[in-house]
Design a protein around this ligand. Sequence first.
Ligand SMILES: C[S@@+](CC[C@H](N)C(=O)[O-])C[C@H]1O[C@@H](n2cnc3c(N)ncnc32)[C@H](O)[C@@H]1O
Length: 288
Amino acid sequence: MLLPRTIAPKAPPIKTQGIKTKVVPIIARSIKWDGNGRWIEPFVGSAVVALNIGPKRALLADTNEHIINLYRGIQDGSINGDSVREYLQREGAELREKGESHYYTIRERFNEHGDPFDFLFLSRSCFNGMMRFNRKGGFNVPFCRKPERFRPALITKIVNQVEWARHVMEGKEWDFAVQDWRVTVADAKPGDLIYCDPPYIGRHVDYYNGFTEEEADDLAKALLKTKAGFALSMWLENKYRRNGYVDKWFSEYPQRTMEHFYHVGPQENLRNAMTEVVILSENVAATN
Ligand SMILES: C[S@@+](CC[C@H](N)C(=O)[O-])C[C@H]1O[C@@H](n2cnc3c(N)ncnc32)[C@H](O)[C@@H]1O
């Protein structure tokens, strides 16, 4: 299986900061891989990359058990279009009626029981679609302050995203695992492709996203040693800063870059360009 050359990326059912939806086309175009081994993601996050690539065999891992539980539920059919619609209609109506107190009731309930439907609810009604946890693993993002959030059109959109994810996984050998990236990378064999999208280096944003420089260095060493192919995504530079990590470890490796803009305010002059890079091992670098 060669990767699709052009992809119009679709969005997954959950949101994360730094979600790679826009970078999926360049990832797909940059990699040359026969697809006989496994597509391995040690930091699967929202799973947007794997879902859009759609490999036959995959190992998708993350230390965030809530992400993995949700996708396991979609895979075994316990979370499907009908059950999600029913849940969101019920809880959405309560949110409309009670306002933000209902969001916080669900957040508390989720932090106690970890129900994947509640996780989906929070992901789609928290402030800015962020996914942030405190030291004790409690979800701590505030409400988006839109009690009308779960209108029929949004519910249908989420239902379609869940159904899309289910459909992509159907009949494929996909394993989901809650585990540290070291375990996942160590499991890779020749013929596998490891796609890595690690947390931002040097920024301890929250419980699941603290990646120290030392850990990042360990990741580089593990990738340079693996017998599998690898592709590593990260930010390369903006107007003010360049990511020294890329130059420190990967200056000799094939790199593909893409510029995208993000808004920090309403005006044109507040648009900031950021260059994203995909670094590749020689054995999986496409020529164009
Ligand atoms: C940048 S996000 C991945 C985003 C994903 N590619 C997407 O587009 O949605 C990084 C992910 O790494 C996970 N993570 C953080 N530390 C980890 C570790 N030590 N081992 C495995 N996963 C980890 C986080 O939970 C988070 O989901």
